[in-house]
Design a protein around this ligand. Structure first.
Ligand code: FAD
Ligand code: SF4
Length: 512
């Protein structure tokens, strides 16, 4: 074998640099399914199924393209159970002249691959991942000399560089940001009839994968009954087209809204397909911009959506690589509480949490505001150890891969990096959830009350969070308003809030 071409499970890209210089007669592609990838993080069954099914379909696509593949199945009598041990076995067997790989998305895997090839004295060619629109060097360049990174400035640079939504070099419509138009709730009447997203019935390959998962990981969280995610590049493209046509026009207005038993609303459901590299972000952005230019979708929706893909997605990757290793251990607020047991069952009287966690366990999906302002917010206010929160998010979502999950969880939602990702902690009381959803109407608690039997735990813990962390937060100018409101509370109120918050903490750690 001339080149052993390593393809990891989230590198399912027929246009990647690894295929530029292939010699089908002398090169061998290498892919492996290993149990460690599903058990190291106690993964949701649907997350495992998306990865494995997409990998098996990609294996087929490679062979159809005349590429020879050494593919290890999960149920093979494996000589090794981790990716790198498995690769070591293949390198020893095949004795390639070189190992070629696109740089892994995960810091640990990149490091491990370099060390393995070093140990086995085989040359390694690590190629840049062309899927992304900002390279590591470019992000470092952007970060250089800045005391504090801000997504907004990075995003504007990316818009200019790729000439996205520009009008003669200026932002389309005159503003870079339409966030203020994108925070509408569904009001009292609710979302009405929503356009159901395009779904994909499991084919034979997916059915087989699901069977293996049930046999091998019966106790893992999640439910495979409703599996309908795209697992090939063609399906991912269809999912994108369906979103652009039917949901993008309303995406902006209701981006942050939540509603009982409506997991998808106007969201795209393409994160997993993009993270596996079945979809190119350039195509996603182009399709959204075209819809705007054709008059099929308004600017606030299209800009709001493009901001997520060209802005946030590339930005979090930059932050991850800039701050690894070490980022995963951050705990700036010294949070030590265990993750409540109900995160794994959805069984809690707090209706918003039972909805967000319930649909997560059912489908492996919750949209951004549910992740940030329901499950993430509760863990932040309660003071949960950010590493445990990180482990949970990595386990339960179909789109979970470390480079995107970790900055979103440890940084944006838990503020454990003290401002690398977000300029202030995303903290709010139950009143925010009341404003953005109908959850509170069905809850035993009252979001307007901070103490007493009916007090909403979010509201109690919000004031307690500000009170506990007042000193640390007071140097942050963006917290001034919230801290000024805290000062208006009497000592008696604050002492009752503290007592009630401590009772919640004690109860939830006892259940753990
Ligand atoms: P849409 O709402 O339709 O958005 C469109 C696309 O924009 C998404 O598909 C995604 O690729 C991108 N995007 C949106 N927000 C972000 C963001 N904050 N960071 C990066 N990309 C973004 N996203 C993941 O892909 N994997 C994760 O493991 C992940 N973990 C998260 C953990 C927490 C605590 C939070 C707050 C957010 C996390 N996100 C993660 C970001 C975001 O919630 C998901 O990308 C989004 O909900 C996926 O659903 P969708 O495809 O319907 O997205
Ligand atoms: Fe959630 Fe509090 Fe509203 Fe209940 S009252 S749904 S706990 S925010």
């Amino acid at each position: 074998v001339r080149h052993l071409m390593v393809v990891f499970g989230d590198q399912l890209n027929l246009n990647s640099a690894i295929w530029d210089d292939i010699d089908p007669d002398r090169d061998l592609a290498w892919m492996a399914e290993v149990t460690d990838e599903s058990t190291r993080t106690w993964s949701h069954k649907v997350r495992i199924a998306v990865f494995l099914s997409a990998m098996r379909h990609f294996h087929e696509a490679l062979e159809q393209n005349g590429i020879r593949v050494r593919y290890q199945l999960l149920d093979d009598d494996a000589e090794a159970n981790t990716l790198l041990d498995c690769l070591a076995v293949s390198i020893k067997k095949e004795k390639p002249e070189r190992v070629v790989a696109v740089e892994p998305g995960e810091w640990w895997l990149r490091q491990g691959l370099i060390e393995l090839c070093d140990e086995l004295t085989v040359p390694l060619d690590l190629l840049p991942d062309r899927h992304f629109m900002c390279t590591h060097d470019e992000f470092e360049q952007h970060a250089k000399g800045r005391k504090q990174l801000r997504m907004e400035y990075f995003y504007r640079e990316m818009r200019k560089r790729y000439e996205v939504l520009l009008d003669d070099g200026e932002p389309e419509g005159g503003d870079w940001n339409y966030d203020s138009s994108n925070r509408k709730s569904f009001g009292k009447s609710g979302p009405g009839k929503l356009p159901a997203p395009r779904t994909f019935k499991p084919d034979k390959i997916t059915q087989q994968v699901c069977k293996h998962i049930e046999a091998l990981f019966p106790d893992h969280p999640g439910n495979l009954e409703h599996f309908d995610w795209p697992v090939t590049a063609e399906q991912a493209e269809q999912a994108l087209r369906d979103f652009i046509k039917h949901r993008l026009p309303d995406f902006g207005d209701h981006q942050d809204a939540m509603w009982t038993d409506e997991p998808w609303l106007y969201h795209s459901r393409i994160s997993a397909a993009m993270n596996l590299k079945l979809l190119d972000p350039r195509d996603v952005i182009k399709a959204a911009e075209q819809a705007y230019r054709a008059g099929d979708a308004p600017l606030n929706s299209v800009e709001g959506f493009i901001r997520q893909v060209l802005g946030w997605r590339e930005y979090v990757r930059g932050v991850y690589w800039l701050h690894m290793p070490g980022y995963l251990e951050r705990n700036a607020m010294s949070a030590r509480q265990p993750l409540p047991e109900f995160y794994w069952t959805g069984e809690t009287e707090m209706y918003c949490l039972s909805q967000a966690i319930g649909q997560t366990l059912e489908y492996g999906y919750a949209h951004h505001i549910q992740r940030l302002m329901v499950t993430g917010l509760f863990a932040l206010l309660l003071g949960v150890d950010p590493h445990q929160v990180h482990q949970w998010y990595l386990a339960v979502y179909v789109d979970a891969v470390e480079w995107v999950e970790a900055p979103n969880t440890i940084g944006m939602s838990q503020y454990a990096d003290e401002g690398v990702m977000a300029s202030k902690p995303y903290v709010a009381s139950g009143k925010y959830i009341k404003r953005m959803s109908n959850y509170c109407q069905q809850c035993v608690f009252d979001p307007d009350q901070a103490v007493g039997e009916q007090a909403c735990p979010f509201t109690t813990l919000y004031w307690d969070y500000l009170n506990r962390n007042e000193k640390q937060l007071s140097s942050n100018r963006r917290m001034t308003l919230q801290l000024r409101n805290l000062e208006k509370k009497s000592d008696k109120d604050l002492s009752e809030i503290k007592k009630q918050a401590e009772a919640w903490r004690a109860e939830l750690s006892d259940q753990h």
